[in-house]
Design a protein around this ligand. Structure first.
Ligand code: ACO
Length: 326
């Protein structure tokens, strides 16, 4: 077990809401199609000045405020994002800059939509190893700036937002009971952003070819997502010697209601125990799980002693399952 307690959580989303009806004015789609295939009704979309770090900094400040501490007193900032402010430095450093703090290590974890669970695992290991006492873990994304707004099969899926948690090492039996994380790099091409890195540097042609925007084989991702999320959750529950009957709350990555439902059914967790926010926010990649955690805590659905199963999959392909005891 990796012991820590959650001192505070926070979130931030851009003000502007784009409904399925709004998107139907841009591409050939409909509210009916998007709702039926994904469960998404609306998403928040960032303005030109807002980046992942802007939202991440707001969410982290919010989490620190609720934890009753200054952001400057964090011992580290671990950020999950796949829509970073820049290739370098890390979005963690930009978040530090936005918050006007310095000194503590700040870095990114790149694991797509599994990013928050990866970052939580990294931060929990740091606490257990004595590398700091209080760590800010952030998931932040501005996916709207990396999707192709002419591609109806991807632009309807994503939204922008950030969630954060401040975790502190402790002696009580709370924290991560178990986790199961992994990756299969052979599946990279099913969901990726092809250009802009050293593999395919930016040129006039890469811009013309739309290679700086998300490319996804939706059907293939769907199949792997269900399989990977279910297997990771089952493995995490088994290594904590728990079964689905012990789960008080299921927080799956909010990519698509059909994927979440398929995973829930395979795990045999009752529908009322699953947190679902995908209808209001769309897929905010690494930000979905921390925002779901934040909203669940605010709604009183994660009281002390809760057993929370979390699961995610993302570009890579990466996956992660974790069992949290609050
Ligand atoms: N509106 C209307 N029609 C559409 C739209 C749209 N927005 N998008 C696609 N279609 C059409 C297609 O063109 C296709 O038409 P055709 O049969 O004439 O060629 C038809 O709908 C069916 O397309 P499919 O891709 O087979 O539709 P599917 O039922 O698979 O749904 C979807 C597509 C929603 C993308 C689904 O595959 C999916 O959810 N995949 C997983 C995507 C996902 O969650 N990715 C994760 C993102 S990143 C992450 O979280 C790691």
């Amino acid at each position: 077990m990796k012991r820590f307690k959650i001192l505070g959580t926070g979130m931030a989303v851009p003000q502007r809401i784009m409904t399925n009806f709004d998107i139907a004015k841009l591409v050939d789609t409909s509210d009916e199609w998007v709702t039926e295939r994904t469960g998404i009704k609306q998403r928040h979309i960032a303005d030109a000045e807002t980046s992942s770090a802007t939202l991440g900094a707001r969410a982290l400040a919010n989490a620190c405020e609720r934890a009753g501490m200054q952001t400057a007193n964090l011992d580290a900032i671990v950020v999950a994002t796949s829509s970073p402010d820049t290739l370098f430095p890390s979005t963690g450093c930009w978040i530090q800059n936005e918050l006007g703090i310095r000194g503590m290590p700040a870095f990114d974890v790149a694991a797509g939509c599994s990013g928050f669970l990866y970052a939580l695992e990294v931060a929990a290991c740091m606490l257990v190893a004595g590398s700091g006492k209080r760590i800010g873990v952030v998931g932040c994304e501005v996916m709207s700036k990396v999707v192709d707004w002419t591609d109806r099969s991807t632009c309807v899926l994503f939204g922008d937002g950030a969630g954060a948690a401040v975790i502190e090492s402790c002696e009580q039996d709370v924290g991560l009971l178990s986790s199961n994380w992994g990756a299969d790099g052979s599946l990279a091409p099913i969901l990726y952003l092809p250009a802009g890195g050293t593999r395919t540097p930016a040129t006039e042609q890469t811009v013309k070819d739309g290679l700086h925007m998300v490319q996804m084989k939706g059907n293939t991702v769907f199949r792997h997502a269900v399989r990977a999320m279910t297997a990771a959750s089952k493995a995490a529950l088994a290594s904590a010697n728990l079964t689905a009957a012990d789960v008080d709350l299921l927080i799956p990555h909010q990519a698509n209601m059909r994927i979440m439902e398929a995973c829930r059914q395979r795990l045999d967790v009752p529908v009322e125990k699953m947190i679902s926010i995908v209808d209001r926010y769309g897929n905010m990649s690494a930000a979905t799980i921390p925002i779901a955690i934040h909203e669940a805590r605010e709604a009183g659905r994660m009281p002390d002693g809760s057993t929370v199963a979390m699961a995610a999959f993302g570009t890579g392909l990466t996956w992660a399952g974790a069992v949290l005891r609050t």
